[in-house]
Write a protein that binds this ligand. Structure first.
Ligand SMILES: Cc1cc2nc3c(=O)[nH]c(=O)nc-3n(C[C@H](O)[C@H](O)[C@H](O)COP(=O)(O)OP(=O)(O)OC[C@H]3O[C@@H](n4cnc5c(N)ncnc54)[C@H](O)[C@@H]3O)c2cc1C
Length: 355
């Protein structure tokens, strides 16, 4: 069986981002790479959105960028600006196409459906398939989004809605998220932060229909695309050995309080590429311990007091949006952290700290 210098298990966001980074930095001129990916064909299956706090390789896959957004709780709306760090949406279809077109030009890169087709004994393996043990105590961000199209102009595409909590909470944390791509097209997503113990929050189609028709007051529209997913708000099991490390969600690249992962994956890929010559001895790249600690307390509060969360999120954005965005994107300094922490209900957080 064929052997390779590097093996990437999972050709999704993290696997392909890493392969692309290695390819554009000419790290695969004299090295071989196998990408293990079971999917039959690549097509758009996700929309990755994030505040652009660092540069990335996929500017040409950005579907839309915004510099204004809102956050809502019942009867209150906060209008915010994000000119310094625009919010971008990357189309996964364009992302897959761009990367695969580049990779297939290099004869040193091969694709396989299953790892059993190669001999990976002497390879360095980057694994992006998470090992998730079922545990009813774990929190998830689970969601379903639809892209809709209207005949007439309906949306203001200069501003997106990050969180609209003016909806049924069902003793959990629930919000809608709307990204208007144009005056006639938008992604509308229902999002829950919960334990997913039963399927009772999964009547997504009904939730979305009700929100579009009775909240946005839009009656004439058609659904052109649908995506559904669940992001673990806990770290999957991670076993590092001398010749294997995890990347992507499996590698702890999700910011647990928000689910944002895409830009962390891009930073991780750059780091791995810079250290590829000495990869087995390279220090593990991780989201800073400061955020891991703060997110842990935040999720404990969320778990115990879901009813407080709409107000907590709303208040958080009463700090300067730039500060909040830096905090949520792992780029804040001590004073910025402090200004966010001081906006939180102190006793609730102190109690969670000692729980
Ligand atoms: C619908 C959805 C929307 C999201 N939106 C955002 C967002 O807006 N912003 C953000 O920052 N994050 C978002 N995320 C979170 C995160 O960015 C994505 O999940 C991202 O795709 C994670 O990349 P990954 O490579 O770790 O996993 P994936 O992209 O899922 O890649 C894993 C790959 O492994 C393959 N695979 C599975 N089993 C095997 C196997 N046994 N052997 C080999 N390969 C296998 C899969 O086919 C897949 O291609 C979203 C997640 C989902 C599910």
């Amino acid at each position: 069986m064929k052997e390779f210098d590097y093996v990437i298990v999972g050709g999704g966001c993290a696997g392909l981002s890493l392969a692309y980074e290695l390819e554009i930095h000419e790290k695969l001129k004299d090295k071989t790479l196998a990408i293990i990916e079971p999917r039959e064909e690549y097509k758009k299956d996700k929309t990755w959105s994030f505040w652009k706090v660092v540069s990335h390789n996929f500017e040409d896959c950005v579907k839309k960028s915004w510099e204004n957004f809102t956050i809502n709780i019942p009867k209150k709306t906060n209008h915010l600006e994000c000119t310094s760090y625009p919010y971008q949406s990357v189309d996964s279809g364009l992302f897959y196409e761009k990367i695969n077109n580049k990779l297939k030009k290099n004869k040193n890169i091969s694709f396989f459906k299953n790892i059993s087709e190669i001999n990976s004994k002497n390879s360095f393996v980057f694994n992006s398939v998470p090992s998730i043990k079922k545990d009813h105590r774990n929190l998830w961000q689970h969601f379903c989004g639809v892209e809709i199209e209207t005949k007439n102009n309906f949306f203001d595409d200069g501003i997106f809605n990050l969180m609209d909590f003016d909806c049924d909470q069902r003793e959990s944390v629930h919000f809608f998220y709307t990204l208007p791509y144009s005056k006639t097209k938008a992604l509308v997503e229902t999002t829950w932060l919960s334990k997913m113990n039963d399927g009772s929050q999964k009547d997504y189609d009904h939730q979305i229909k009700d929100y579009i028709e009775n909240h946005l007051n839009l009656k004439n529209y058609k659904i052109t695309y649908k995506e559904e997913g669940a992001i673990p708000l806990f770290y999957p099991t991670y076993e590092r050995t001398n010749n294997k490390l995890n990347i992507g969600t499996a590698g702890g690249m999700t910011r647990l309080s928000t689910g944002y992962t895409f830009l962390n994956i891009q930073e991780h890929s750059k780091y791995l590429c810079q250290n590829i010559e000495n990869i087995s001895k390279t220090k593990k790249f991780e989201i800073s311990k400061k955020y891991q600690f703060l997110d842990d307390i935040f999720l404990r509060v969320l778990d115990e007091n879901p009813e407080l969360m709409p107000n907590i999120f709303f208040k958080m954005f009463k700090s300067s949006p730039k500060t909040v965005i830096k905090f949520l994107s792992n780029k804040s300094n001590f004073l910025e952290d402090l200004s966010i922490i001081l906006k939180m209900p102190k006793w609730t957080f102190v109690k969670a700290l000692f729980r």
